[in-house]
Design a protein around this ligand. Structure first.
Ligand code: NAD
Length: 553
């Protein structure tokens, strides 16, 4: 039975044991599509997150996808082009059920203006990373990444503890909404600015944000009080970051850590320029996008100049993957890239070992299934502090949204081991239904994004998109249930290429075979990609785990 969804009553959370499709694999993908809408920001318009990240091109396309998933046989493959189903072909029972390509535009044409034009004509849709591939699990997906970033900064600069430290950031949207919780979990006092009161209210409602301050003076006083008491807290403030950041700098206050997760990648449908009300922005999106684009860029210049000022005064400042530096540079801030990107600064040693955001979803809808898998993970990876610490915190702080799900940063061998053990628990009835395994596209072998994932690679291979394309082909050959190739990244067009994958633990021996090949090959390619770029950690991993890499050094 589906569970009622108070946030979006027309989009119940899927669950139960009743199959509407011809098998669990098809049913699983159908539930994942339903799930991204149930946890999405604006499901009536098929938007999952990040302003335009959509689950399907339009409602006709959505309904046709649902119909295909319900009626297709196991030996067929559904082809989806930018959120629109175009054919259901006979393949074989070991082939993926769904393959999709979302928002890929040929190099010279891959510009935001062309994307908007094609979008308006109904020819393309942007899938974000996990929206179009039906892998989004609510804000939990980014909480751990954000938490790990804060913890790496704590280790590098603050003796491993953010107690009594002030984090300033902005953006309480689909992804950014994870920031207040991640900051509090890392013991910091975190202030998050968002221009939209509705977003602040939503995050407070789901328990991610503790307080909303009525004005900047009160917000800063609350932060000051928490810092003095060394008490973790999260405070929201309704305001425009392009005004609030410079004002905090003007007052001579320097936070310890500064970042931003507004939708700066999108100057029209995402970022809100200062001096404009939300109503005006909504009107201009239709009537004068060019004015909005120029005003957003001008605001981002002020926003980033304040971030650079904080950095000059000694704050730890980083770009959290929303292209704000790129927009500022294009607006004339020559030194915008003095701000570092989070991947290179904090996470690359993990990616070089293909340790990344692995995740699983209980298709039964039963939270007990995730609790049982938590126990398994704690036992299986007892020596892995990153994972055990996270599972403990997630159980305490992270409410489930949509299908109960969990994320943990696991690497080569570990993912395979866990997926196979879970498949066994499905087979012997310990779990009340099958489990879907997926991962973020921001994963070792899966993404080329020269301004986020692959910035300043050791060998200069930042912009080479062969890796995610190879990954997608390899995952198809490895019999995944769903394989996706996405493009866009921040900025919709031309910024990145990525591969997504979903495989279902349905408790069958065939499911085990699929899971073994997919997880093992996906992380093998990830380690090889970083070995190819010359990272020592990757060679260490290859040797320790006997990964069949062809070494041409
Ligand atoms: P979203 O559109 O759901 O939310 C963006 C929020 O920013 C909204 O709540 C909006 O009101 C607020 N906002 C816009 N302009 C503002 C301004 N000037 N001042 C204050 N608030 C403002 O987007 P999201 O899903 O939360 O994603 C945010 C950004 O992070 C996107 O650019 C996305 O691409 C990026 N992102 C990066 C990573 C990563 O690589 N770490 C992961 C996920 C998302």
């Amino acid at each position: 039975m589906p569970t009622p969804n108070p946030r979006h009553p027309n989009f119940p959370i899927p669950g139960g044991n009743e199959l509407r499709a011809k098998g669990w694999r098809q049913e699983a993908l159908l539930r994942l599509l339903e799930n991204v809408l149930s946890v999405g920001e604006d499901p009536d318009n098929l938007v999952v997150y990040a302003a335009l990240g959509k689950a399907a091109r339009n409602w006709a396309a959505h309904d046709a996808i649902v119909n295909a998933l319900k009626t297709m046989d196991e030996d067929q493959t559904l082809i989806i082009q930018s959120g629109k189903p175009i054919g259901l072909l006979k393949t074989h029972a070991r082939a993926p059920l769904v393959i999709m390509a979302n928002c890929n535009i040929v190099g010279q044409w891959a510009k935001a203006e062309n994307f908007y034009d094609l979008e308006k004509k109904g020819l393309i849709a942007w899938g974000g990373l996990t929206a179009g591939a039906w892998q989004y699990i609510g804000s939990q997906g980014v909480i751990q990444g954000t938490y790990e970033i804060f913890m790496r900064i704590a280790e590098n600069r603050f003796d491993g503890d953010l107690r009594g430290r002030f984090i300033l950031t902005a953006g309480l949207g689909g992804m950014g909404g994870a920031q207040p919780l991640a900051g509090r979990m890392a013991n910091a006092a975190i202030l998050v600015v968002d221009v939209d009161p509705e977003r602040a209210r939503k995050r407070q409602e789901v328990g991610y944000l503790e307080h909303v301050a009525p004005d900047l003076d009160t917000a800063l006083a609350m932060i000051d009080e928490a810092i003095k008491a060394r008490r973790p807290t999260s405070i929201g403030l309704v305001g425009n970051a392009a005004e609030i950041y410079p004002e905090i700098a003007r007052r001579g206050i320097t936070p310890d850590i500064v970042t931003d997760q507004t939708s700066a990648h999108d100057l029209v449908y995402g970022y809100v320029p200062k001096g404009y009300s939300l109503e005006e922005v909504r009107r201009l999106r239709k009537e004068n996008p060019a004015e909005l684009m120029a005003a957003s860029r001008a605001s981002i210049v002020d926003h980033v100049n304040a971030m650079l000022e904080f950095q000059r005064r000694g704050a730890e400042v980083f770009d959290n993957g929303n292209l704000i530096r790129t927009q500022a540079r294009d607006g004339g801030v020559a030194n915008a890239f003095d701000i570092k990107i989070f991947t290179e600064a904090y996470l690359r040693p993990l990616f070089a070992r293909a340790i990344g955001p692995f995740r699983w979803m209980a298709l039964s809808g039963d939270p007990e299934d995730i609790r049982k898998i938590d126990e398994l993970v704690l036992k299986m990876f007892a020596g892995n502090n990153i994972v055990t610490n996270w599972i403990g915190l997630a159980r305490q702080y992270v409410p489930f949204e949509g299908l109960p799900a969990r994320i943990a940063w696991l690497g080569h061998g570990e993912r395979t081991q866990l997926a196979l053990a879970v498949n066994e628990l499905v087979a012997n009835g310990t779990l009340s239904g099958p489990v879907a395994f997926s991962r973020d596209h921001l994963d070792a072998g899966a993404m080329a994004h020269p301004n986020i994932m692959t910035e300043r690679m050791k060998d200069g291979s930042d912009a080479i998109a062969d890796w995610p394309l190879l990954d997608a082909m390899l995952l198809t050959a490895s019999m995944a249930d769903l394989v996706a190739i996405h493009s866009g990244g921040g900025g919709y067009a031309g910024y990145m290429t990525s591969a997504g994958v979903t495989t279902i633990a349905d408790g069958t021996p065939e499911g085990a075979e699929r899971l073994r090949h997919v997880q093992t090959n996906d992380t093998s390619l990830g380690v090889m990609r970083y070995a190819d770029a010359g990272y020592d950690e990757s060679f260490d991993e290859i040797e320790k785990k006997d990964i069949p890499h062809i070494d041409l050094r």
